[in-house]
Design a binder for this molecule. Structure first.
Ligand code: F6R
Length: 366
């Protein structure tokens, strides 16, 4: 049942190339330049006329929502707010019938997300679901939706659900950008071609596994860990930190790299490992200067870099390479080494990777 892997989590990490491919297959026709998704196509006016999109979710799904915020605003030019479902539902939010609410949930059973959907519906919003479990409560409660085709996710720590959620949301953003005329035809086509290449690039990223294991072995006894990223990779930093916390029980925090000097920099000393996402596209120079600031304070730097990078390599204690892609698609690749790093650390610490203490796969109580 674990397909020869020691844990479901590892199996599910390795399933990502096929899970992402299954998620865009039949929806993205690269040669024709078409994205078709029934749930979006049937409600295209609602999306196009929306004043804004509000994304509600919890945990890792909330992180996928944050990535989506960057791409929806960047290429489709639609204002987006991303909300923790638990906060949204209890703070008397302003919701109108000009709002589109997107609820993201792997299980489709998360109590707070379900309650947020009911509240949004009661206030006249159009509610769209991005779920993995077919026929789940959230899939049934939403007006329309698009499933992620990740297959069953058994490990409590979410991995392939996250990357397939980003895949679905990217398809929606591209579709809306095209329909609204916000993206040139050539740029749109280029995005489709690059998205089609993501599964093989994820496969390539997975090949760093042995190297990541050696890095994991060096830092497995750390008490704390920081994750930094900017732009599209800021939510990936949050997700990397969550993965480490939940399965290895090492305290970790994700931060936008530029926020470091507003507080967390005080934590940096020779005992602090800092994972910095420093891929070539998107604020690269700025991230490199953040790395220099960390180095000046003796922090240990693990850089997630684009293949062939030399700048960060010169400064960092370790680098882990991922293939080059568009900035907007880079979270699909930079997430991979962070998943593997957490996995190996948790295994080395002899933790219960698939069923971490105190956690349940679906949180059906608030
Ligand atoms: C993290 C994790 C949780 C879930 C969260 C939402 O690895 O598993 O943070 O992401 O409980 O769950 P879903 O997506 O099922 O609504």
């Amino acid at each position: 049942e674990k397909g020869g892997y020691d844990h479901f989590m590892l199996k599910e990490i390795h399933e990502q190339p096929s899970a992402i491919r299954d998620t865009y297959r039949g929806r993205m026709l690269v040669k024709e330049g078409i994205i078709r998704m029934a749930g979006v196509d049937d409600n295209i006016e609602k999306f196009i006329n929306a004043n804004r999109i509000i994304i509600v979710a919890c945990g890792t799904s909330w992180h996928a929502g944050l990535v989506a915020e960057y791409i929806f605003e960047d290429i489709a030019r639609i204002p987006v707010e991303v909300e923790y479902a638990s906060e949204f539902r209890y703070r008397n939010p302003v919701i109108t019938n000009k709002d589109v609410v997107i609820a993201i949930s792997q299980s489709g059973e998360t109590a707070d997300t379900l309650a947020a959907i009911k509240l949004a519906k009661a206030n006249g919003a159009f509610v769209f679901g991005v779920c993995n479990v077919v026929g789940s409560s959230i899939a049934r409660e939403t007006h329309a939706g698009a499933y992620t085709h990740a297959g069953p996710e058994i490990g409590v720590a979410s991995t392939k659900a996250f990357t397939t959620q980003i895949t679905v949301l990217t398809l929606i953003a591209l579709k809306l950008a095209k329909v609204k005329g916000e993206i040139s035809n050539s740029n749109y086509r280029y995005h489709l071609q690059e998205l089609e290449l993501i599964p093989e690039k994820v496969q390539k990223a997975l090949e760093s596994d042995e190297h990541i294991k050696t890095v994991a072995n060096i830092y497995k006894n750390a008490r704390n860990c920081l994750y930094l990223g900017r732009g599209y990779n800021f939510p990936v930093a949050l997700e990397g930190a969550l993965k480490l916390k939940e399965i290895s029980y090492i305290h970790a925090e994700g931060y936008p790299a530029a926020e470091m000097k507003h507080g967390p920099i005080a934590l940096i000393d020779e005992n602090m490992p800092i994972v910095v996402i420093a891929t070539k596209k998107g604020h690269y120079e700025k991230v490199v200067s953040n790395i220099e600031e960390i180095k000046a304070r003796q922090g240990k730097i693990i850089g997630i870099v684009t293949e062939g990078d030399t700048n960060v390599k010169r400064l960092a204690d370790h680098v882990i390479e991922v293939p080059e892609t568009l900035e907007s698609l880079s979270p699909l690749l930079t997430t991979i080494p962070l998943q593997l790093l957490s996995y190996h650390i948790a295994v080395m610490l002899d933790k219960n990777v698939d069923q971490p203490r105190n956690l349940a796969k679906s949180v059906t109580v608030e």
